[in-house]
Design a protein around this ligand. Structure first.
Ligand SMILES: Cc1ncc(COP(=O)(O)O)c(C=O)c1O
Length: 383
């Protein structure tokens, strides 16, 4: 059998897969490992897709998505943040933020270095590697509240650096980057002529403060904004995301998009239009529920001896420090699966080393499961 191409050699999904394999088949297992909302897609959004199917809206749409949906996205970003994107030339719909990030890498990276957050979403380094680039991790240390260390970020820029990826609110830490942090990043990008890729998929789930898109801080021309419908509208399976940026950027990523997926599912685009234009109560309901769970869960975690957890201001993850147990994060996660039947994700999956000593626990699960998971964790850790 021929081996896969060399570009795949450093791509290693095995860590999380191994843990999920370990958890498979264990009766009564509770997963805090999930990175998706535990709510159903709201009815009116599903109905719009059903209607689209009945209307036979089942063919290819224009490559960047229907104009009406791009207009709705432009209107949304304008009303919410005063951003000014032209629907005709500065927005493209993609199959999730995932495809958006791939398209961007394909369009802008080959042999270049890309600065990725550490700890950060585990997809970033892999998207960079698949485009034959080199991920370079910039630290977001716990002592900074998981905000980036800007001096180090600046020092990591080399002649080969092409872009900085940021993610606020952040997966896995829940950190929401402060205005001064974003201004610092913007300054570094300007000084070094870098692109900024900003992944804003958790934008609606901020419990303290407000979301600030970095594009609103005077760097819209060099910023590529990525967002999607997965988290905000609980639509992970619909595979809808989008990219906004300068027309030249969108032209390049749209070519990558065209030869990757052609376009996003047509009837899902109708559903997304309804999501943006229809009632938004579901977002508030989800946010209120996440806030309750966050407050409860993090407070309880902090009562456990040897665990300390910074209060996450956004997303739906807690990233407690478990280093006092003297186990690696993988050993700690394995221990919780085996002894407590609770799945967590080891922190070292999220970067080069800062995540070590932590585990990610998602509170996108029912209150009942959260309470049960906590009680089991407390039991096995107090031995
Ligand atoms: C930070 C971040 N970006 C992107 C994605 C992918 O989202 P999508 O479902 O839109 O592809 C995720 C999913 O967990 C995420 O956490």
């Amino acid at each position: 059998m021929k081996p896969p191409a060399t570009r795949m050699k450093d791509i290693n999904p095995s860590l999380i897969r191994r843990l999920f394999d370990l958890a498979q088949g264990i009766e009564g297992i509770i997963s805090l490992g999930i990175g998706e909302p535990d709510f159903d897609t709201p009815e009116h959004i599903k109905n719009a897709a059903k209607q689209a199917l009945d209307d036979n809206f089942t063919h290819y749409t224009p490559v960047p998505g229907t104009l009406e949906l791009r207009v709705a996205i432009a209107d949304y970003l304008n009303e919410a943040y005063g951003l000014d994107y032209k629907p005709e030339s500065e927005i493209v719909l993609t199959c999730g933020a995932t495809e958006a990030l791939h398209d961007i890498m394909l369009a802008y990276v080959k042999g270049d270095e890309v600065l990725v957050p550490d700890p950060g979403f585990l997809g970033y380094p892999e998207y960079v590697r698949m485009a034959e680039g080199k991920p370079v991790w910039y630290p977001c240390p716990e002592k900074n509240g998981f905000q980036p260390d800007l001096d180090t970020l600046n020092e990591l820029v080399t002649k080969k650096t092409v872009m900085i990826i940021i993610n606020s609110p952040c997966n896995p830490t829940g950190a929401v980057f402060e205005r001064k942090t974003l201004e610092g990043i913007a300054e570094i990008a300007i000084d070094n002529d870098l692109l900024i890729v900003t992944d804003e998929v958790y934008e609606k789930f901020i419990y303290e403060g407000k979301h600030i898109p970095i594009a609103s801080l005077g760097v819209a021309d060099r910023t590529i904004l990525v967002n999607g419908f997965s988290k905000t509208f609980s639509m992970t399976g619909w595979r809808l995301g989008y990219i906004c940026g300068d027309a030249e950027v969108i032209n390049a990523v749209n070519i990558a998009h065209m030869f990757t997926t052609v376009t996003t599912p047509s009837f899902a685009q109708k559903a997304a239009l309804t999501a943006l234009k229809g009632p938004k109560e579901s977002i508030k309901e989800m946010k209120d529920e996440y806030r309750w769970r966050r407050d409860f869960f993090v407070k309880e975690l902090n009562t456990i001896e040897n665990i300390s957890c910074i209060i996450p201001n956004g997303a739906f993850y807690a990233f407690p420090n478990i280093s006092a147990f003297g186990k690696t994060s993988v050993e700690f996660s394995e221990y919780l699966i085996e002894k407590a039947k609770v799945v967590t994700v080891p922190g070292n999956a999220f970067g080069s080393n800062i995540g070590e000593g932590h585990v990610r626990m998602s509170y996108a699960c029912t209150r009942e499961n959260l309470k049960e998971a906590l009680s089991r964790i407390k039991d096995v850790l107090s031995i």
